[in-house]
Ligand binder design. Structure first.
Ligand code: GTP
Length: 446
C-alpha cells in the first residue's frame, strides 16, 4: 500500500506566541526533553501543565543534571520561566513538596516560588484515592488491569466528575468546612470499598500543615486569569501535556486510557484559555512505539521478538517508576499517528530517539491495517476490533551511522532523512524537530 499523500497542515510560526505540546502516542515519547528544548529555544516565558498529576514522568537533563518531573511543569529547571499547574491537573500536595525536594529545586533555584503558580481550581488527591486505585486494579484482575500508576489520579478525577471533590482553593479556605467535605469523600469511597483503611485523623493533621506551607509560598491563584493577562501582555506561553493522546479519555483506547483529556483540546479546558489563543500544536513522536509494561490494550505493531528486545535495550525503555516492567515496544505506527494528528491538529512533529536506530539494518513503519483482507479507513474504535488486524509495513533501510552529534539536518545521513521525510509525507505534518539524544542540545531544527 503506498503512503497516502495529505497536504501538510499550516506550518509552525517562526516565533510562536503560544504552543501546545502533546505526546502523539501512548506517552514516554520524550516530552520532558522536548519541552525543555522548546521553551529554551523559543524563549517561552510561561510553561503551563494542563492535565494529569504525578502519574507523568518527564525526564529533563540540563548540564548533566537529571530532573524527573511528574507533577511539576518541565520548565521548573529553567531559571527564566514561570511554571503553572493548571485547573485540569490533580494535585497531591504532599507529593508536590516531595518532588520539589527530590529535584533539589529550592536549593538550585532559590527564587522558584516567585515564578510558580498553582490553580485554586485544581482537584486534590488524598490517600483514599491511592487506596481505591490499588483496590480497583486488584479487582480487575491481571487481564483487565488498566496499568495505572496507583497514585490515585483516576479516583480523584471521579470525585471531580461526581462533583464532590475538593480543590486546592478549598484547602486554603475554611478548614472546618474542608474537613467535613474531606471526611465525606472518604465515606463516599468506603461505601464501595469497605475494606480500605485510611487514617483520616493523621491525614487531616498532615493536610493542615501542608496548607500552611502552601499559604506561605503564595503560589495559589486563579491561573486562568494569570494566563489571560500573560498572553495579553505579550508573554510567550507554552501549554504542556502529559501522557499521550492515545491515552485520552475520549479519543484513546478506552477503557485502557487515562482519566482526562490528553489531546491538544485539553489545553483550553485544563487551563481556562480560549481556543483562539492556541497557536502551534507540537506532537511528540518517538521513532518507534511503546506502551508501559503493565498496560494491556491494543498495540498492532508490537514486536514480541528479538526486534522488540533490541529496541528495549538500545532505547533504554525502562520506566522512571522503578517497580514497572519493561515497556511493550513495536514499530512506529503511522496509520495510528495519522488519526492522532486529525484529532490534535498538529502543526508540526518533534521526532525523538531516531539515534536508537543508528545500528539497525532496516526499520519498519506501519502504514495500514487490513481486517479479513479488507483495508481499513481508520483504526478501530473498540479495542476488541483490533483483534485479527493485519498491519501493512513499509521497510526503510537503516543508515548505520552515529547521528548523536549531528545538529544540522543537511549532515544527517540520507537514509535517516528518508525516514524523517517518510513520516511527514505519510501523516501530512512536517517534522520540525529531530531529537538525536537525551541532552537538551541534541536536537536538529529544520
Ligand atoms: P511521560 O509524560 O511520562 O510519557 O514522559 P516523557 O514523554 O517525557 O518520556 P520519558 O521521560 O519517560 O522518556 C524519555 C526518555 O528518553 C528519557 O530518558 C529521555 O532522557 C530520553 N530521550 C528523550 N529524547 C531522546 C532522544 O532523542 N534520544 C535518546 N537516546 N534518548 C532520548
Amino acid at each position: 500500500m503506498a503512503a497516502a499523500v495529505i497536504s501538510p497542515t499550516a506550518p509552525e510560526s517562526p516565533s510562536p506566541k503560544t504552543m501546545v505540546l502533546a505526546g502523539a502516542q501512548w506517552g514516554d515519547e520524550g516530552k520532558g526533553k522536548v519541552v525543555d528544548f522548546l521553551i529554551n529555544h523559543h524563549k517561552f516565558d510561561v510553561v503551563a501543565r494542563f492535565q494529569g498529576g504525578h502519574n507523568a514522568g518527564h525526564t529533563v537533563i540540563v548540564n548533566g543534571h537529571k530532573y524527573i518531573f511528574r507533577l511539576l511543569p518541565s520548565g521548573t529547571a529553567t531559571p527564566h520561566a514561570v511554571n503553572v499547574i493548571g485547573n485540569g491537573c490533580v494535585v497531591n500536595v504532599e507529593h508536590f513538596f516531595e518532588e520539589l525536594a527530590i529535584n533539589k529545586i529550592p536549593e538550585l533555584f532559590p527564587d522558584w516560588a516567585s515564578r510558580f503558580k498553582m490553580s485554586d481550581r485544581a482537584q486534590l488527591i488524598f490517600k483514599v484515592h491511592a487506596e481505591v486505585d490499588a483496590a480497583n486494579e486488584q479487582e480487575r484482575g491481571k487481564k483487565m488491569k488498566l496499568g495505572t500508576t496507583l497514585n490515585g489520579i483516576g479516583p480523584a478525577y471521579v470525585n471531580k466528575a461526581a462533583r464532590n471533590g475538593l480543590r486546592v482553593g478549598d484547602l486554603l479556605g475554611n478548614f472546618n468546612i474542608f474537613t467535613k467535605r474531606y471526611l465525606a469523600i472518604n465515606d463516599f469511597w468506603q461505601r464501595t470499598y469497605p475494606d480500605i483503611e485510611v487514617d483520616t485523623t493523621a491525614e487531616i493533621l498532615c493536610l493542615e500543615l501542608l496548607r500552611e506551607r502552601l499559604k506561605d509560598l503564595n503560589i495559589v491563584c486563579d491561573t486562568s486569569l494569570y494566563l489571560h493577562r500573560a498572553i495579553k501582555s505579550g508573554l510567550k506561553v507554552f501549554f504542556e501535556g502529559a501522557q499521550g493522546v492515545m491515552l485520552d479519555l475520549d479519543h484513546g483506547n478506552y477503557p485502557v486510557a487515562t482519566s482526562n483529556n490528553t489531546t491538544s483540546g485539553g489545553a483550553c479546558t485544563g487551563l481556562g484559555v480560549p481556543i483562539r489563543s492556541v497557536g502551534d500544536v507540537v506532537g511528540v513522536v518517538k521513532a518507534y512505539q511503546t506502551r508501559y509494561g503493565r498496560a494491556p490494550g491494543p498495540f498492532p505493531t508490537e514486536q514480541l521478538n528479538d526486534v522488540g528486545r533490541r529496541i528495549i535495550t538500545e532505547g533504554g525503555e525502562v520506566s522512571v517508576y522503578e517497580s514497572w516492567l519493561d515497556r511493550r515496544v513495536g514499530w512506529l505506527d503511522l496509520f495510528l499517528l495519522r488519526s492522532s494528528a486529525i484529532v490534535n491538529g498538529f502543526t508540526c512533529f518533534a521526532l525523538t530517539k531516531i539515534d536508537i536506530f543508528d545500528k539497525f539494518d532496516e526499520i519498519k513503519v506501519g502504514i495500514g491495517y487490513t481486517k479479513n483482507g479488507v483495508p481499513l479507513e481508520a483504526p478501530p474504535v473498540c479495542n476488541k476490533d483490533f483483534d485479527d488486524i493485519r498491519v501493512e509495513y513499509a521497510t526503510l533501510p537503516g543508515w548505520l551511522s552515529d547521528t548523536t552529534t549531528i545538529r544540522d539536518y543537511a549532515e544527517l545521513p540520507q537514509k535517516a532523512k528518508d525516514f524523517v521525510e517518510y513520516v511527514e509525507k505519510y501523516v501530512g505534518v512536517p517534522v520540525k524537530y529531530v531529537s538525536v539524544g537525551p541532552e537538551r542540545d541534541a536536537v536538529i531544527v529544520r
